[in-house]
Design a binder for this molecule. Sequence first.
Ligand code: ADP
Ligand code: TYD
Length: 645
Amino acid sequence: MSLSGLGHWLSVPALAAAAAGAGDDPAARVRLAGAVLVLMVLPAVFLAPLAGLAAARLDGRLLLTAADALRFALVLLVPLVDLTPWTLAAAFLVALLALPWSAVADAAVPELVDEERLPRARRAALRAVYGTAPVAAVLYAVLAVIARTADLADLPLFAAAAVFLGAAVSVVLLRELPAGTAPRAAQWPPLLLFRGAPVPGGLFPAVAAAVLACAAIAAVAVGHAREMGGGDAGFGAILVGLTVGLAFGIFLGPRVLGPFSRRRLLALAVVAAALLLVVVALARDLVVAAFVTSFVGVAAGMAWSTAAGLAGAAADAAQDAAAAASARLRAVALVTGLVAVAALPPAAGALGDHELGSAYELAGTGAVLLIVAVLALAAGLVAFRRLDDRRGIPLLPDLRAALRGEVYTPPEQGAAEAAPRNRGVFIAFEGGEGAGKTTQARLAAIWLRDHGYDVVTTHEPGATKIGMRLRAMLLDKQNTGLSARAETLLYAADRADHVANVIRPALERGAIVVSDRYVDSSLAYQGYGRGQPVDEIARINAWATGGLVPDLTVLLEVPAETGLGRLASPADRMESEPRDFHERVREGFRELADADPDRYLVVDASLPQQEISRIVQDRIREILPDPVPAGTEDVTSTFPAITDV
Ligand SMILES: Nc1ncnc2c1ncn2[C@@H]1O[C@H](COP(=O)(O)OP(=O)(O)O)[C@@H](O)[C@H]1O
Ligand SMILES: Cc1cn([C@H]2C[C@H](O)[C@@H](COP(=O)(O)OP(=O)(O)O)O2)c(=O)[nH]c1=O
């Protein structure tokens, strides 16, 4: 897969440059390179379903070998024939052969690995197919430099042919190649634009704008590099910037700014790509252009992976629906890409070069990029308006808070709630079923009260009047089929009421609040247990609680089996979940604690009660407003009461 992918991505710039080389003037060169790109995108847009049919009918190994061997021959013939029509035909056929190839290869993956490793195998396959693009770009740039110094203009083409040959040989040498399940019939991308799995409004313009920015650069790069005094190597450098940036951005998208709204992130990434494109359009220096192009790639890549995440999440966890939603996004990308590479090179020629002022000359390629930047910017702003899920919350403070790793609460919402905080102490007990939370919370409260503290013990779910009704709904075994999202929101609703009516008033008074369960229970049960996105649940709960986080969370750790074994009363709706659910919950708690060791005390809950409570006391002592050395307690057997701080 990697070799075939590398061959494919290497043949794109090699063929584009070969075609461009036949042009007499700059505009013709850009048009010819654009024609190659159009011909290489066309099959994916219009012929994908046919390729799927062919793949289903032919023998897998034969097809893979033949497709690679044919591509070897096609690319090899380009420099030998050296006629533009043949170069263009070869470009089309090379891209056409890629379709049945990937249909067969994709279908073989589930046959080669077991169920459990399938998601990883699929990711690896994706990396092999798309991750080779930046590698190919680097390789192309290097080959273009060598080609120029050694006067071997066709070197990149020969290299691409050789890689295809290597791919064909490696398929022949494969010991085992399962017949594979019949490849799924692909949908026709243009149709997917208009119907298919629902995706959030605003997602299409955002994806289209991100793709447009990248496709525009790719479409005019041959000419744009030449305007700045670079040859094929300059073209290669821009492609390196673009593809490496894209790969990095796709990787970053789901990983940056955890507390920040994904929808806002998507729109911001698109706007950033558009603004950076302005710099690429106006750059007069190849190094600057290639460098800034890489940031366009990063922004567009982040937009792409964020959009894919949103489309998948909107599909409500159903695997098929998620696949259908991402197929629609791919269709938008393909069609936008095709339109861009078809329309922009001729547009660059038609616009021609313009004098701006006396010293600055804007080339046609730059002018096209500038227009695209404006379009992308407009699309980004539209996407922002339609996607924004934090309306009324100013963007900059929201972003600044996210950079600090927090969720922003606006002053009017947070002031009453957040400001007087810090007077009391908030301690939460967390853990799986029967870990001993209730027992330990009670023992800690007794100990604190003994020492004169004002202590409020409480629990979730169901500490308030409304909360008790929510608890009844949540734990009644009769309530089957409650959706995971509804469950999350009900727990969050209980928590919001709990914080507003019990916890905050107590903390403001200066009391010590000891709660049996808090936000982490939702992250562990609804997140890790039910498999919903943990960061989203964290966001919902940050909003529900106005950002209230415990000063200390005591995690009582016990194997699910042991904990469940301790329970006497008949199992409620949550307790009667299967064993592996509870194991995931335990694992989830563990990960949460590992991520923030300062806030957690993890205790082995299989120890005797007294011992646990001693460990807990030692830790609580450290965070009390007026820390008192452990010895004092034994000497005076009293503790200072803190009523004001
Ligand atoms: N450290 C311990 N070792 C053995 N049994 C315990 C321990 N802590 C609590 N238990 C018992 O386990 C049961 C469940 O404890 P509980 O505090 O209600 O757990 P949780 O609130 O976490 O569900 C109770 O019967 C309790 O007496
Ligand atoms: C607070 C909370 C509890 N739960 C579950 C865990 C428990 O199985 C159930 C009720 O909690 P609880 O009665 O406190 O259980 P235990 O006696 O084991 O401490 O609700 C969640 O799934 N999410 C949450 O946010």
